[in-house]
Design a protein. Structure first.
Length: 110
């Protein structure tokens, strides 16, 4: 089960890396960022194929998208100087709490 979560974390990392390269690709006109983001997205989906064989797809997608959104918001603040209102920050923390709750009861579903 640990290997499954390592693949899920890897998929989240790759999805976040690909998303962070979107602005740098300048609408896919810059070759290197475009190739890199494509490779990251393909790797993310490849890793997800292993995860969905072990965990329910609803759990996988909730975790993948929730932690991806949270991480991208933090990295957007750090690298692109994007700001969020306190309500948005609260919402992001609620997403993380939701991901924790969903994964806490995953074992009880099987």
């Amino acid at each position: 089960m640990i290997k499954t979560y390592i693949f899920l974390i890897g998929a989240i990392f790759c999805e976040v890396a690909g998303t962070m390269l979107l602005p740098l690709s300048q609408n896919f006109t810059k070759l290197i960022p475009t190739v890199a983001l494509s490779a990251f997205y393909l790797t993310a989906f490849y890793l997800l194929t292993f995860v969905v064989n072990k965990l329910p797809i609803a759990i996988v997608y909730a975790t993948w998208s929730g932690l991806g959104i949270f991480t991208i918001a933090i990295l957007g603040y750090i690298f692109f100087k994007q700001t969020l209102s306190w309500q948005a920050i609260l919402g992001l923390f609620l997403i993380v709490i939701g991901v924790i709750l969903v994964n806490s009861f995953t074992g009880k579903l099987n």
